[in-house]
Design a protein around this ligand. Sequence first.
Ligand code: CAA
Length: 390
Amino acid sequence: MVDFTLTDEQKNLRDLAHDFAEKEIRPVAWEYDKEGTWPQDVIDKAHEVGLMNTHIPEEYGGAGLTYLDGCIIEEELAWGCSGIQTSLGANGLAGAPVGLGGSEEVKKEFFEALAAEPKLASFCLTEPGAGSDVSGMRTKAVKKGDKYVITGQKCFITNGQYADYYTVYAKTDLDAGHRGISAFLVKRDDTIVIDKKEDKMGQRASNTATVTFNETEVDARYLLGEENKGFKLAMMTLDRTRPGVAAMATGIARAAFEFATEYSKERVQFGVPIAMHQAIQFMIADMATKVHLSRLATWNSGVLLDQGKRNTLESSHAKRFAADAAMEVTTDAVQIYGGYGFIKEYPVEKLMRDAKIMQLYEGTSQIQRLVIARETLLPRRVSEPEAVTA
Ligand code: CAA
């Protein structure tokens, strides 16, 4: 049976997240965007009410929510501000490889720390010369006794400047391409230097930094999964987090759709509200369809994970569709506002700027199409979830 009816618990979660977005995020979102303000106050409050680290299992002090629950929450928070939600949600991205590949001892240490206090963790995969092409990374980890020594630079790192922990991907075999990458959980220390905070087009309240590891020593027990199996760990992580990005894109699109719909009922041209003109009605209809289908694809990709099934194809469908839809819907929202849409005093230009990153981070829309084409033409036969040690 196919049924996306939410349970009472899920409706309560949605209401909690919506309420938080309305009271704690929306009132500061446009101001924080303008100044690029770091939303530590919102992070502290979100942690307090349990809207961060939603996937940390209960045994480590987390909420132990499902992937679908996470998608429901992420849509609401991104409806408030996707930049602030990116800051709130980045622990999920950094935590996924720990959940998949960390030892019991490491999971306990890391997850309990995140659950107890509003600490942050960053996912360090991308490098100046290795974006879409992950295996082109140059950061290396050299084994010395019972430690690894990590040297290299990571860029576009969400929360990089404020993180206490980093999940870092590095080459442990320089000549083995994607089969020479390993993943580590690294605690912040003096060898880790923040070189640059990016001045971004959108999501300006989120922190995006360049992080350099200068011979950073990490105990071998912080190796996540097996040595040289880090590439698969990264791919399995992205399978688990792309539904959340799709949910955020849905939240941005919904916000733009709502603003544009309301505006179209108020703005009078040619003697009637512009919502009376079919040209506008068709735009509103297309926006509504795109928001609806984005949510369905997102929930489908999350539910598969909750069922313990591989969702590589579906998470790329969701991420690709919802990201492109968010760009289209926010662009149309600006169009419906006319000249006012181009002015910062009105809400939709921020949403259009915020939507753009949806087509870029956690795999561009082109990379999602690549995954979809490969999965469609040549379905992989990787068993889940054991694939990390395969
Ligand atoms: N699950 C498990 N294993 C997988 C997998 C998956 N989803 N996808 C691939 N693999 C395995 C393959 O089976 C293959 O295994 P073998 O070694 O046994 O052969 C191996 O991984 C290599 O696979 P490919 O040949 O497909 O690898 P590729 O080099 O062609 O790359 C890619 C594929 C899809 C392009 C991948 O590199 C990719 O997703 N790139 C985008 C990276 C990305 O999303 N970066 C975002 C960074 S995070 C971020 O943006 C957040 C932030 O903080 C800003």
